[in-house]
Design a protein around this ligand. Structure first.
Ligand code: GLC
Length: 622
C-alpha cells in the first residue's frame, strides 16, 4: 500500500493519542503530516513551537509526563506556528534523558558488605531487601522516568539506554519496540496510561511507512525495530525546527535484521492496555483493527513452509544478531502464538474478517500441536531420540524430522534433570537445536502455548538448573554458550557474542519480568521472588547493566550499556507484579478448551485420513 493510501486509511484526526491533541490534530495536517525526507522514506513530523519547548522542560524537571497532556489542555495546536530555535528543542529533548544520581552512599556500602548468594540459596528473609528494596525501586522509577522520550510534547516511549559515559551510542538512543514493553507495562501497572496509548498509536502510524532496502520492500504490516525523535530544520526555514519520528525497520540496523517480534509485542501490549485500563476504545478503533489485521496478514500468509511455525531469518527477535536461530526459533513461535491469542480476543467481528479469524484459529491449533509435540524435551524424550530409527519414508514415521541420534550433544545428557523439561530452541528437517532459550520458554508458559504440565515442568527445570540459569544474576538468555569452532561458524566469529557473553549465554536482567509473569501464572511466585532478591544485591550498584558475562554472571557484560532501560523496567514490573499478582492476568492467556479439544483430535488422527482437498482453509482478505 502506498503511503498516500495509508493516510487515507488512517485519518489524521484518529491519530492523536493524548487528550487534547485529538481535536487539534483533526484539522491540523500542517502540524502533523507526512512529508518525504528521502525518496524512499517518509517520516512523521510535528512542527515545534516555543510552547512545546516550555511544556516539555517543565515535564523533565517535574519527573512526570502527565503534565504535558494536561498542560496542553485548551491549547490551540492548529494555530501553533513553529518559532523555536533548533537548540531549544535539542536541549529540551536532552533534558528528558539525564541519569539520576543513583543510590545513596549509605545504601551502597550496606549492600556492598553483603556476600553474594550461592546457587540461588538466598533466604527469602534476607535483610538486604527489607532495607534496600524500596530505595532501589524509587531509584528505578526515577531512572525510568528520565528515559522517557517526548514527541510534540507527549511521552511516546523510553530510550534503550541512558548511559552518560558510553562513548558509542550506536542506536541505544532510540525507542525500541521490544524494549518498551516492560516500560509500558510498568507504567500501566502504576496507572500512568498516556505514554502507552501514545506509543501504541504512534507506532501504528510507523507501521504504514514506505520501507525499502536496496529497492526491496518488506510486507506492509511490519513494525519497526525502533524509532527516534529527530529535530530537523523546518523545510524552507533554517531558523526553525520540527520534530520528526524516524523509524528503523532493519534497513539501518546492524546486520539489517528484520524485527519480526515488534508487531507481535505490539499486539500483546495493546491487549494488556485494554485489560489494565478497561478502556477498549483504543483496540476498537478502525485504524487499530486494521493494524492488527495487517500484522496477522503478514504472519499468516501462505508460503512454501510445511510447518505451522513462523519461518524467519537469524536475529529477528531479542537476539538480534547471528546466533544460529534462523528457521523456526522458539521465541518467535511463543510471541506469534501469544499475539494470535490476543488478536483473537480483540478483533471485532465484521463481515470481512471471517476468513482471517478462521485462518487464525486453524493456525493456533496447528501451532499449539506442533510445539507441544515436537519441541518438548525431557529425559524420556531424549531417550526416545537416542533410539530413533532414521530415514523413515512414511506418513506415520516416528522420527518425522529425520533427526540423527548422534545430534544429541554431550552436555545435554548430564544436564537434563530427572524432573522437569523444556521446549527446544528450534526445529528444522534433520536438526533440533537443543539449547535452552529463556524468553521462548517463559512466554510459552505465559501464553499457554505450553500445556499446564509442560509449564510446571519448565519451572521445575529452572529450579533444578538454578546454578546455571540464574547463578549470580537472573536470567541466562540461553544455555549453553556456543564455543570453539561452533562459535566461529554459527556466530560468524562475532566478538560481541563470545562464549558466555551478550546473546551467547549472557545473563539479562530484563528477563526477570517474563520469569515473574510465568511463575505467578503457575502459582509459584517464590521462584520470581528468589530471582528478584538476587538481582537486588547488585543491579543498582552495577548501574543497571544491559547484561552480565561469564558462566555464573559474575561480571558486568564486556560491552554492556549501563542504565539500560529494560533492565530497570523489567525489575520494576517484577516488583509490581509480586506486590499485586492478580495484575499478571493482563499479560497471561489461559488454556482454551476449544484448542485442547482440537489438539486431542489431532493426536488421535491418522495422517493419511487428513490428506485430500482442504475444505476449511480459504484465502482471507484484509
Ligand atoms: C540489543 C538487544 C536487543 C535490544 C537492543 C536495544 O541489540 O539484542 O534485543 O532491543 O539491544 O536494547
Amino acid at each position: 500500500m502506498a503511503a498516500s493510501e495509508t493516510v487515507l486509511r488512517v485519518p489524521l484526526g484518529s491519530l492523536s493519542p493524548s487528550c487534547n491533541l485529538a481535536s487539534s490534530f483533526v484539522n491540523s495536517a500542517h502540524i502533523l503530516s507526512f512529508k518525504p525526507v528521502s525518496r524512499t522514506k517518509r517520516s512523521l513530523r510535528c512542527t515545534n513551537s516555543d510552547e512545546f519547548s516550555r511544556v516539555s522542560k517543565t515535564v523533565a524537571r517535574g519527573n512526570s509526563f502527565h503534565t504535558p497532556n494536561c498542560a496542553l489542555k485548551g491549547k490551540k495546536l492548529v494555530s501553533t506556528i513553529c518559532k523555536c530555535q533548533k537548540h531549544d528543542v535539542e536541549e529540551n529533548i536532552r533534558s528528558t534523558l539525564l541519569p539520576s544520581e543513583g543510590l545513596s552512599s549509605e545504601l551502597k556500602s550496606d549492600l556492598d558488605e553483603k556476600p553474594l548468594p550461592v546457587n540461588g540459596s538466598l533466604s527469602s528473609n534476607g535483610n538486604v531487601q527489607s532495607v534496600g528494596s524500596k530505595s532501589i525501586e524509587d531509584e528505578a522509577w526515577d531512572l525510568l522516568r528520565q528515559s522517557v522520550v517526548f514527541y510534540c510534547g507527549s511521552p511516546i516511549g523510553t530510550i534503550a539506554a541512558n548511559d552518560p559515559n558510553s562513548t558509542s551510542v550506536l542506536n541505544y538512543d532510540q525507542v525500541f519496540i521490544r524494549d518498551f514493553i516492560p516500560s509500558g507495562i510498568a507504567f500501566l501497572l502504576k496507572g500512568e496510561y498516556d505514554i502507552v496509548r501514545n506509543f501504541i498509536l504512534y507506532t501504528l502510524q510507523l507501521q504504514s511507512w514506505e520501507k525499502t532496502m536496496d529497492c526491496h520492500s518488506p510486507g506492509q504490516g511490519l513494525m519497526p525495530a525502533s524509532f527516534k525523535v529527530k529535530v530537523v530544520p523546518l523545510d524552507g526555514d533554517d531558523s526553525m525546527t520540527e520534530e520528526v519520528l524516524d523509524p528503523d525497520f532493519g534497513e539501518a540496523a546492524i546486520g539489517r535484521v528484520a524485527p519480526v517480534d515488534s508487531g507481535l509485542w505490539w499486539i500483546i501490549l495493546l491487549r494488556a492496555y485494554g485489560k489494565c485500563t478497561g478502556d477498549l476504545s483504543v483496540q476498537e478503533r478502525v485504524d487499530v483493527q486494521t493494524g492488527i489485521k495487517m500484522i496477522l496478514k503478514l504472519c499468516l500468509a501462505d508460503g512454501f513452509d510445511m510447518f505451522p511455525t513462523l519461518l524467519v531469518t537469524d536475529g529477528s527477535c531479542m537476539i538480534d544478531r547471528r546466533m544460529g536461530i534462523h528457521g523456526h526459533p522458539l521465541e518467535i513461535q511463543a510471541l506469534f502464538y501469544s499475539a494470535l491469542v490476543c488478536a483473537r480476543e480483540m478483533l471485532t467481528p465484521e463481515d470481512g474478517s471471517t476468513d482471517l479469524i478462521r485462518a487464525l484459529n486453524n493456525r493456533l491449533v496447528a501451532l499449539n500441536f506442533h510445539i507441544r509435540e515436537y519441541y518438548w524435551l525431557d529425559l524420556k524424550k531424549i531417550n526416545e531420540i537416542y533410539r530413533y530409527q532414521t530415514e523413515e519414508y512414511s506418513y506415520d514415521a516416528v522420527n518425522k524430522f529425520n533427526i540423527y541420534p548422534d545430534q544429541i550433544p554431550s552436555w545435554l545428557v548430564d544436564f537434563m534433570p530427572n524432573r522437569g523439561g523444556y521446549l527446544i530452541g528450534n526445529l528444522q528437517p534433520a536438526h533440533m537445536d537443543f539449547r535452552f532459550f529463556s524468553l521462548g520458554n517463559l512466554w510459552s508458559i505465559v501464553s499457554s502455548l505450553a500445556s499446564n504440565e509442560q509449564s510446571h515442568a519448565i519451572l521445575d527445570f529452572v529450579e533444578a538448573k538454578w546454578a546455571e540459569l540464574v547463578a549470580d544474576m537472573p536470567f541466562k538468555i540461553c544455555y549453553p554458550a556456543l564455543e570453539g569452532e561452533e562459535w566461529r561458524i554459527i556466530t560468524g566469529s562475532d566478538p560481541k557474542n563470545t562464549p558466555w557473553s551478550y546473546h551467547n549465554g549472557g545473563a539479562w536482567p530484563t528477563l526477570l519480568w517474563q520469569l515473574t509473569v510465568a511463575s505467578i501464572k503457575m502459582g509459584r511466585p517464590e521462584i520470581a521472588e528468589k530471582a528478584v532478591e538476587l538481582a537486588e544485591r547488585r543491579i543498582s550498584i552495577d548501574k543497571w547493566p544491559e547484561y552480565y558475562d561469564t558462566k555464573r554472571a559474575r561480571f558486568i557484560g564486556k560491552q554492556a550499556r549501563l542504565y539500560q532501560t529494560w533492565s530497570i523496567a523489567g525489575y520494576l514490573v517484577a516488583k509490581l507484579l509480586l506486590a499485586n499478582p492478580a495484575a499478571a492476568k493482563f499479560l497471561t492467556s489461559e488454556e482454551d478448551s476449544d484448542l485442547t479439544d482440537a489438539f486431542s483430535c489431532m493426536i488421535s488422527a491418522n495422517p493419511r485420513r487428513t490428506r485430500g482437498r482442504k475444505k476449511s482453509q480459504q484465502p482471507f482478505i484484509v
